[in-house]
Ligand binder design. Sequence first.
Ligand SMILES: Cc1ncc(COP(=O)(O)O)c(C=O)c1O
Length: 470
Amino acid sequence: MSNRILSGLQIEGSKLISVRKLAKEHAISPVTVMKAYELLEQDGLIYRIHGKGSFVRFRTKTKEQDTTTQTNPYSWQESHKDYLNRVQFSNPIRIPSFENGYDLSNASINPNLLPTEKIISTFSETLRRDIPILSEYGQPEGDPEFRQALSNYFKRIGLKTNYDQIIVTNGGQQGLHLVASTFIGKNDVVFVEAPTYPGAIDIFTSRGARIIPIPMDENGLKVDELYALCDKYKPKLIYTIPCFNNPTGYCLSKQRKKILLDLAESYDFIIVEDDAWGELNYDDCHRIALKSLDRTGRVIFIKGFSKVIGPTYRLGAIVAEGSFLHRLALNKSNSDLGSPLLIQRLLMPFFSSNNIDTYIDELRKKLKAKLMLVDRILQQHAPPQLRWTLPKGGLNIWLKMPRGYSSDRLFIDYLQEEKISILPGSMFFTDNNMSNCFRITFSYLDDVDLQFAVKRLCECVTAFVDRSNN
Ligand SMILES: Cc1ncc(COP(=O)(O)O)c(C=O)c1O
């Protein structure tokens, strides 16, 4: 319930289901429900009006305003159950939209650094040549020529894949959704890195999965802890971001990749590799995909291109083999009959030329400069209680305040007024753990705004820590 309220799924001011009804629905005692409601009230998520019931608290209003119940013409809809347990991206507190604010939460690349001009310069010519595609459905798996271009592109990360092992998707997000809706059902056990991408937690949660967090260190998943956990939980699937985990930026070492593959064979689970930003490394180390070491078709590779060429194309891909590939392709066809051919044709020239390599090389240099700029400002202005490790790639920095300090509070009490958005640590865990941490993105703002926002952020953290110490 707390997840639903924080996600904005349970509308502010709406009445919670009665204690007796909820107890009956879940076959638990009314006392347990009462205790849960008390906890929600203590966490400031609901308020109770004697004789009327419990209501979702208005986060933007005072306590007094809360209790003046508003009339909602759609309140009848509340009695229709949904199966969305957690949708973090609709949370108005966690993903605010400020006019003229400083967005340190959006893990995207600044529009001026994107290859948009290069991509659209060939558009009308390509379109004129391919006019028939405007009247075609095409194959649900995607345009064969474009898939061939992707197959060549994937060689850079060690993937030797045929075009017909690739399904074009609407972003990495759809890839995740297809995998979860194909393979995960109620009570299936899914292992995830702790912390991990909130969108993946939400997708697996909505399938009714039992999500078990696996600890990480700077070399990625702690594979040595996996043996005991596999014995205990019998996972169906493990979801990993081996190259620059979101939010920490950690990478799974080659040695651990091999151990993970062996474990998957021994315990018969599926590995889902999410590669959202593998191209964006700032050291000279050449990283290969976990999938490139897979000899038996255990790894389903999910690629998203939003972090490299921009989110607007909604372009992604799945690489798999055998019946996994077949089942995912059928699900893709059920979902949308295929991603837009127009986008695939639009991007084809860019993906099939050297332009993409030149662009990525330049992008890496520019992003590294931004990362170093943020690091310098943090070094100069951050209070000693604020810690971070410089990532070797990706678009994010994961910062830690001492335990007991909540980044949600930091945002509500300080950053909100400054119109600075961050992503609070609790979003990246299944159990609201590590709320003392938060993520900032260094790639989205231009350098002037970035310097200002990070300096101001440091000042806010200093004030927050000082207040808590006094
Ligand atoms: C790890 C990870 N996977 C997948 C996605 C979804 O990206 P998209 O659907 O835009 O490719 C994101 C977005 O932030 C992400 O961070």
